[in-house]
Design a binder for this molecule. Structure first.
Ligand code: IMP
Length: 186
């Protein structure tokens, strides 16, 4: 498979992950930085679909975007769809403060990758884990330093991009996406 794909995002961490994931598959990922409206909705899927519908008349297809979020059990799924805003305002320290004294640290990340080629295709991935009591690691981006995936002793921020891709929500969504591409584009 030799192809080029546009990834609409202003998040360079996501681009790094996509490039590392798709390069060995012969897919060149090209970042396009266009701010698109992120509506307030109950699900990441709705946010992603609105973004696609807004972008599809403005840029050439095919292209894809990713909408993701961190869902913390003890906070009833917060920040979830509000993750970007909460990261900008409270940050990792704010989340650690909110969870001070809270025993149940369970959380998961979810990623919704939406691809548009004249039609909308949605691919999702989820990774369970827990929120630590302190930040660890310098890699990755966003909430990576406070999230430790289940079955590992390292946070996402202590992993290489390849390691994170193998188990992350986005890596899982990319896997389904790449399998779909292989089946549909040959
Ligand atoms: P959005 O998908 O761009 O709306 O991002 C949601 C928020 O979750 C942002 O603040 C990101 O930094 C954060 N986020 C999304 N994916 C990840 C991840 O893989 N690790 C850590 N934080 C993430």
């Amino acid at each position: 498979m030799k192809m080029k794909m546009i990834f609409v995002t202003s998040n360079s961490g996501k681009v790094e992950e996509a490039k590392k994931y798709f390069f060995p598959l012969g897919v060149q990922v090209v970042q396009k930085k266009i701010e698109y409206p992120e509506i307030q909705a109950n699900t990441l899927e709705e946010v992603a679909e609105f973004g696609i519908n807004w972008l599809k008349d403005r840029i050439e297809s095919p292209f894809f975007l990713d909408d993701s979020g961190l869902f913390i059990d003890a906070l009833k799924g917060f920040p979830g769809v509000y993750s970007a805003y909460v990261y900008k305002t409270l940050g990792n320290d704010g989340i650690l403060k909110l969870l001070k004294g809270v025993e149940n640290r369970k959380a998961h990340f979810k990623s919704v990758v939406a691809y548009y080629d004249g039609e909308l295709h949605i691919f999702t991935g989820k990774t369970r884990g827990k929120i630590l009591h302190e930040k660890r690691g310098t890699g990755g981006f966003g909430f990576d330093p406070i999230f430790q995936p289940k079955g590992f002793n390292k946070t996402f921020a202590e992993m290489t991009t390849e390691e994170k891709n193998r188990i992350s929500h986005r890596g899982k969504a990319f896997k389904v996406f790449s399998e779909w591409l292989k089946e549909n584009l040959i």
